[in-house]
Write a protein that binds this ligand. Structure first.
Ligand code: DGY
Length: 320
């Protein structure tokens, strides 16, 4: 049987699927596998089933050896994988798009509303006994209705967010380096330039993969161009934000608030300056974290492994 390394405890359905035809070396733990252990385990393996916490680079691929056929990540994002290095070695790369789109979009809308309406401040106030009486302007936030929401990236998740927001009576605009006029028209989303996205939006939500082009896309210059009342939401990857610039923008009133599901690094240390800010709502990278979706992601990642081992097209292949 082909040897497959699984780098973390994942839903049982996925393990059962793999066990039917593979010899598994299973890191059955909630904690990340130590790098050194991973480098030893992958020696001679045919497939690797991993998470976004494991970097796939020449070091790992060389440690695995020439028989490695497939690398499958239980995530849609694959910025942790050197895809070109895999392609050079004829290794198929799988990921898990589509199955998490709506769940991620829902969390984006939840985070947007939580940030706009200051939910975590309200919850803290109740817990800490700071709720004295009803006050006309206490914990007042921003309306989503009648606002302009700017979407950076109208891919699968950006489009799902647009679809969900269509019920909120707001104006939707987007910027994408690869505009999709047909899709935008069907969603009622107006295409604008990057500069207009920054200057016109009351909310900016970003749905772009992390690449060399998008790293620190949201930097000091971008925050300076936004409205002082703007709210910035990020559920894609922490690396697209210059966090020092974000901190300064939040502290100096260049923007009103931020909601982040992703940060650099992850986990974000509790003493990171952003954590201390009331106008910054931070979640621990849970956008796709519903029971059903995580199960689907796990099974799809297993199916990618099995197809790769069989030399068949992957159900969800990453293409270079
Ligand atoms: C992904 O899949 O890339 C998310 O960040 C985790 O679901």
């Amino acid at each position: 049987m082909p040897k497959v390394v699984v780098t973390r405890r994942v839903p049982e359905e996925a393990i059962q699927r793999l066990q039917e035809s593979c010899d598994l070396q299973y890191w059955d733990s909630e904690d990340a596998i130590p790098r050194q252990t991973l480098l030893e385990w992958v020696k001679g393996c045919d497939g690797i089933y991993l998470l976004l916490t494991e970097k796939v680079n020449d070091e790992l691929l060389n440690a695995a050896g020439p028989q490695l056929k497939v690398v499958s990540t239980m995530s849609v994002g694959y910025d942790h994988i050197d895809v070109a290095a895999c392609v050079r070695r004829n290794i198929a790369v799988g990921h898990t798009p589509d199955v998490l789109t709506k769940t991620t979009a829902e969390l984006t809308v939840a985070l947007l509303l939580a940030t706009a309406r200051r939910l975590s401040e309200g919850i803290d106030a109740v817990r800490n006994g700071e709720w004295s009486t009803w006050q006309p302007m206490w914990l007042t936030g921003q309306d989503l209705h009648e606002s302009t929401v700017g979407i950076m990236g109208l891919g699968r998740i950006g489009a799902a967010v647009a679809r969900m927001l269509s019920g909120f009576d707001c104006k939707l605009i987007y910027f994408d380096p690869y505009p999709n006029p047909k899709l935008a028209e069907s969603l009622g989303v107006e295409y604008v330039s990057w500069e207009d996205l920054l200057s016109r939006s009351d909310f900016i939500t970003t749905h772009t993969p992390l690449t060399n082009e998008t790293r620190h896309l949201f930097n000091a210059d971008a925050f300076r161009r936004m409205k002082k009342t703007a709210i910035f939401i990020n559920t894609s990857r922490g690396g697209i934000v210059d966090q020092d610039a974000l901190y300064n923008a939040l502290v100096n009133g260049e923007i009103l608030a931020a909601g982040l599901d992703v940060t650099t690094p992850e986990p974000l240390p509790a003493d990171n300056p952003l954590v201390s800010l009331k106008n910054c709502v931070i979640l621990p990278h849970i956008a796709s974290a519903s029971v059903a979706t995580r199960r689907k992601m796990a099974v799809l990642a297993a199916e990618n492994v099995l197809a790769g081992l069989a030399g068949a097209p992957l159900p969800s292949a990453v293409k270079l």
